[in-house]
Design a protein around this ligand. Structure first.
Ligand code: PCA
Length: 326
């Protein structure tokens, strides 16, 4: 028979172990883009930092490429607590509210500097809206500028007429319609298959996604239009966040701040390198013709007007804050 001392020690050790196991929380984190993508790599670093800063108490398992939950379902999954954290493209939600299309208006904020100012103006409105649904907006990072990939060269909108055009959000589908093409919404994991089976023949996206999806296998031209820089955001279920101990909450907030700064930096600094990869794979990287450029600017103007009408007071407040911060 064990001595009283040993028994007391064993009982104590067991209860300590049980407490430690209880204190450990695991969150699943669905994300829409592949492992190779800079947003995903940034999230993996974020998860590592949360684990270290919470002394292993909060572990975030990243499920990239829509493997756990498909992109259009991720926001709902976070909101309902099916998962506690996730990443989405802001404008994928714009059927829910036009507010979420604020970052997809062609030529409103066509570079990183203006998009940072636009994000600053839009963020409080998004935070408020999400908070009313029990969701915390942790951070946002812009994609590089969006351009147009095609199989053939073109110099005007008329030459694109009727082309089946891959889009990724309600706003990009509206853009596709306004330039005379036929939008087909396809999320990134399905892009190669969609081109190889002839579902689409052109697309709008960044050099980053062009490289991730090996665009050179089915597209030969990239027009560096620099139309807009859409944002991804990382969102958290508030009830789950509130259940964390103070140290873990701080770990999430601090790591979120760092990920935001790192993500913007990488998005900008990697864009040249990724554009060069496209060129090295024989995708011709071209500037839009002056005619095409002015046609696209007119499309952007129309989209801006429509968006202001649809988004009402929120849209007005956002644009006012954006313009005031110039
Ligand atoms: N890549 C994502 C969104 C914007 C981008 O550059 C996509 O093509 O779906």
């Amino acid at each position: 028979m064990r001595s009283l001392k040993t028994r007391t020690f064993l009982a104590l050790a067991t209860s300590l172990l049980t407490a430690a196991a209880w204190a450990q929380t695991k969150w699943d984190m669905p994300t829409p883009y592949p492992e190779s993508n800079f947003h995903t790599k940034n999230i993996v670093l974020f998860a590592d930092e949360v684990k270290a800063a919470s002394a292993g108490k909060l572990q975030i398992a990243v499920h990239s490429n829509g493997s756990l939950i498909k992109h259009p379902e991720i926001k709902r999954a976070v909101q309902t607590g099916q998962v506690n954290i996730g990443e989405v493209l802001v404008s994928v939600l714009s059927n829910e509210s036009p507010l979420y299309a604020f970052d997809s208006i062609p030529f409103l904020a066509p570079n990183f500097k203006d998009t940072a100012r636009l994000w600053k103006a839009g963020r409080p409105l998004l935070e408020k809206r999400l908070a009313s649904q029990g969701v915390i907006l942790l951070y946002g990072v812009a994609w590089p500028p969006q351009g147009i990939y095609t199989k053939r060269p073109f110099a005007s909108m008329a030459e694109l007429k009727g082309v089946k055009f891959r889009t990724y959000s309600p706003s990009t589908s509206e853009f596709a319609r306004l330039i005379g093409t036929q939008p087909v919404t396809i999320q990134v994991p399905e892009i190669p298959q969609a081109f190889l089976t002839g579902q689409v023949d052109a697309m709008i996206t960044s050099p980053a996604t062009g490289v991730d999806t090996q665009a050179w296998d089915y597209l030969q031209f990239y027009y560096d239009v620099q139309a807009f820089l859409p944002l991804n955001m990382v969102i958290v279920n508030k009830a789950a966040f509130d259940k964390l101990d103070a140290a873990s909450q701080k770990a999430v907030m601090d790591a979120g701040k760092k990920a935001e700064a790192r993500g913007w930096q990488t998005s900008e600094s990697e864009n040249d390198r990724l554009t060069k990869i496209l060129a090295s794979k024989n995708v011709r990287v071209l500037q839009p013709s002056p005619q095409l450029k002015s046609e696209l600017i007119a499309v952007g103007k129309k989209m801006a007007e429509d968006w202001v009408k649809r988004s009402g007071a929120e849209g007005e407040a956002l644009l006012k804050a954006y313009n005031a911060a110039k």
